[in-house]
Design a protein around this ligand. Structure first.
Ligand code: ATP
Ligand code: MG
Length: 253
């Protein structure tokens, strides 16, 4: 079975999708095979990788296409995508209305049904709690929580931590949690102060913290071009930082 990484935060715009895309591509550059699954109805993963978003999650869960019919090869060797779009929300409503166990359906469909490949499944999630977010957390070996250091990033994490707590208590969830500071700007005092506060909060929760990803215009530009940072600016600092994250993740799972 693949190792599962879920990138989650209730907060919007903290770098979840950017992390999913660059971690996924970065792992393939270390000769791993990776399937990115986009549970966010905004469907940004397909856009950021320059891939057609249809068919996707909805079709697998509701209109009965098989995973093999929906999984998309990207132009990157070993990197596949199961896209999402706004019908992902419909899929969630339909599953719940029909009385399906959403957690089990997600595990059976997106984790257990692979045949030997890929090495990793990486879930992108919407900035909310419950439904598919909870399901993606429930199957995770590692949860990465991006925390933007340009504001008090851990403020508003309560729902996510409660969900994880609940998964531990009720479902015996054994995954690990790590925080990834993002939008770091070491020349800005507020950013440095926020990083210190985040580090203290994380230490109190006993979670490891990855090395911060600096704010980098190149990351925004890469996404707009449908490229990963390893394609758009392979020798820049952001690529180096995401390459470091890849190593840390390989150590962690
Ligand atoms: N370290 C960074 N430096 C500069 N820009 C970044 C950085 N990380 C991400 N961005 C840009 O910030 C925007 C938000 O990032 P991203 O889409 O990854 O966040 P998100 O958490 O997935 O948002 P949402 O909650 O809406 O899904 C995007 O335009 C992205 O290209
Ligand atoms: Mg996103």
């Amino acid at each position: 079975m693949p190792k599962v990484i879920t990138v989650a935060s209730q907060k919007g715009g903290v770098g979840k999708t950017t992390t999913v895309i660059n971690l996924a591509h970065g792992l393939t550059l270390r000769n791993k095979t990776v399937a990115a699954v986009d549970f966010d109805p905004q469907g940004q993963v397909a856009i950021a990788l320059g891939i057609n978003p249809e068919p996707g999650i909805f079709n697998v869960l509701v209109s009965e296409l098989s995973l093999a019919q929906v999984v998309r090869a990207s132009s990157r060797k070993g990197l596949w995508l199961i896209p999402g779009d706004k019908r992902t929300l419909t899929a969630q409503v339909v599953l719940q209305a029909e009385g399906h166990d959403v957690l089990k359906t997600v595990e059976d469909t997106f984790v257990k049904s692979w045949n030997g490949q890929p090495d990793f499944v990486i879930f992108d999630t919407a900035p909310s709690v419950g439904g598919f977010q909870e399901a993606a957390l429930s199957v995770a070996d590692l949860v990465i929580i991006p925390a933007a250091t340009d504001h008090l990033a851990l403020f508003g994490l309560t729902g996510l931590l409660e969900t994880l707590d609940n998964l531990q208590q009720r479902h015996g969830w054994l995954g690990r949690v790590a925080v990834l500071p993002t939008f770091y700007d070491k020349v800005t005092r507020a950013s440095r102060d926020n990083l210190k506060k985040i580090a203290a909060q994380i230490a109190a929760l006993d979670f490891p913290m990855f090395t911060p990803i600096h704010r980098a215009t190149k990351l925004r530009e890469a996404a707009a071009e449908g490229q990963t940072i390893f394609e758009y600016d392979p020798t820049g600092r952001a690529a180096q930082e995401y390459a470091d994250l890849v190593w840390k993740v390989l150590e962690e799972v």
